[in-house]
Write a protein that binds this ligand. Structure first.
Ligand code: NAD
Length: 469
């Protein structure tokens, strides 16, 4: 089944239709129409899967995708045009340029936490770059997955773009096929499976993974503002957000004040009975609920929250104080509404702690010092870095979105998506004359000192020219 689908898409790709820019524009416009005409159905599906409120779906799913398509439509001619490059002397009579060509048939494996965005955003990149694509939404958000499978064929050309639903079995089967790129979003463990499958064919990958994103709050930060920004980023989508702050690192003094400010922020956002807030989401399923619950150890110091109800998958915003660096919740990414605070004696200890752990997807810093911002930016490594805010760096399509090392490989959004699905082919067109000039003869054997000096100068600009001429 998977083999047949890939073979059909290969045939369609070889027909050349996706290479036509007008065709790509038509498909992108159709995808925009799909989104515009089905806002209610799409946001309702996400609500059914995640209890996500309409505002969050509008911002993070619908509007982000629409803006991305508009950006592609605005720039498609510019991005697809060849780039003519600068040349040294030998190349002057030649035309040297980078041709942008699609890779072929690509596989996109989406994740469940932003089930429309994480599935269609890479598809936009695949389309604008002229590829055919198989899209595999996450089975963990089944309502959205099936809605996409039903809608995409109504709007997009089925010969070139397919949605395949399924879980581990189906994905394993698809991964046995050869693709020209695999774009995977999800956990690092499955990322390894995708990368191993890709390695069999030397297929390039983009891996959009996760990690434990630290937020260091310096003693000089305004704590009320910091609390609002961290609380919003952490509890949006119930903490199931790959670039949400995973934990806070700060001094003991800051912890004691910040914890109260965080409590106030949470109550001002969701009221004192969070379970009744229409704006607070739910955990995606029982398995994840149990996983998050297991992070609360018997001896942990719950300052706020900890309320939960497995039947309704409600898990309240939860703040833990004085969390030890080797506590259960400090091992793997939390990906839920638990916010541990780890205290340190000094900023150096905080830096050392961050740098001793795997490179995160995002790193956040709250401070009023520009010098400290530069210090943290330069002395740490993470997919993205934001000072005095969280998460919003992912909403700007002129910034690449992606991890580094264990938090991911490659990036996308805007022009970076186009590049992720494009081969930049080096092209050189030389004139073919009847008689070859000195420019050619100087690089043919038999080699001489004089030829070498000439070649070095004319090709690389090295050495003087007067003794040659
Ligand atoms: P998930 O369970 O939806 O899995 C992701 C995809 O992998 C799904 O399509 C699923 O069908 C497939 N899959 C699962 N098991 C598989 C297997 N054994 N073989 C083949 N395919 C398999 O999502 P998840 O892994 O729970 O996602 C959460 C993780 O994803 C977190 O770590 C989070 O940080 C990360 N994430 C990263 C980004 C990003 O953009 N960097 C975005 C969202 C989530």
């Amino acid at each position: 089944m998977a083999a047949e689908t890939v073979s059909d898409l290969r045939k369609a790709f070889r027909s050349g239709k996706t290479k036509d820019i007008e065709y790509r524009i038509e498909q992108l416009t159709a995808l925009k129409k799909l989104i515009n005409e089905n806002v209610e159905a799409l946001t309702n599906a996400v609500f059914k899967d995640l209890g996500k409120c309409k505002t969050e779906s509008m911002l993070f799913e619908i509007d982000m995708l629409e803006t991305e398509i508009e950006e592609c439509l605005k720039n498609i001619y510019k991005w697809t045009a060849p780039d003519y490059v600068s040349k040294t002397l030998m190349y002057k009579p030649m035309t040297c340029y980078i041709n942008k060509e699609p890779l072929g048939v690509v596989l996109i494996i989406g994740a469940w936490n932003f089930p429309i965005n994480l599935t269609l955003m890479p598809l936009i990149g695949a389309i604008v770059a002229g590829n055919c694509a198989i899209v595999k939404p996450s089975e963990i958000s089944p309502v959205t997955a099936h809605l996409l499978a039903e809608m995409v064929p109504k709007y997009l050309d089925q010969e070139c773009y397919r949605v395949v639903c399924g879980g581990v079995k189906e994905t394993t089967e698809i991964l046995e096929e050869r693709f020209d790129k695999i774009f995977y979003t999800g956990s690092g463990n499955v990322g390894k499976i995708a990368m191993t499958a890709a390695a069999k064919f030397l297929t390039p990958v983009v891996l959009e993974l996760g990690g434990k994103n630290p937020a260091y709050v310096s003693d000089d930060a305004d704590l009320e503002i910091t609390a609002n920004r961290i609380a919003w980023a952490k509890f949006t989508n119930c903490g199931q957000f790959c670039i949400a702050p995973d934990h806070i690192i700060c001094s003991k003094v800051v912890q004691d004040k910040l914890a109260n400010c965080l409590k106030e922020s949470i109550e001002s956002f969701y009221g004192t009975v969070v379970a009744k807030s229409p704006d607070y989401g739910r955990i995606v399923n029982e398995r994840h609920f149990e996983r998050i619950e297991a992070l609360l150890e018997d001896n942990c110091e719950i300052f706020f929250g900890g309320l939960r109800d497995k039947d309704t998958l409600f898990f309240s915003p939860t703040i833990l104080l004085n969390v030890s660096k080797d506590a259960k919740c400090m091992q793997d990414e939390i990906f839920g509404p638990i916010l541990p605070i780890v205290t340190v004696e000094s900023e150096e200890e905080a830096l050392e702690f961050v740098n001793s752990r795997p490179k995160p997807l995002s790193l956040y810093l709250f401070t009023s010092s520009g010098e400290r911002i530069r210090k943290w930016r330069n002395e740490t490594s993470s997919g993205s870095f934001a000072a005095n805010d969280c998460v919003i760096q992912g909403g700007l399509s002129t910034l690449p979105f992606g991890g580094v090392g264990p938090s991911g490989t490659g990036n996308y959004h805007g022009k970076f998506s186009f590049e992720a699905f494009t081969h930049q082919k080096s092209c050189l067109e030389a004139p073919l004359r009847l008689v070859e000039g000195a420019n050619h003869r100087m690089r043919y054997p038999p080699y001489t000192e004089r030829k070498l000096a000439w070649a070095r100068w004319i090709i690389f600009g090295k050495g003087g020219s007067c003794n040659i001429l």
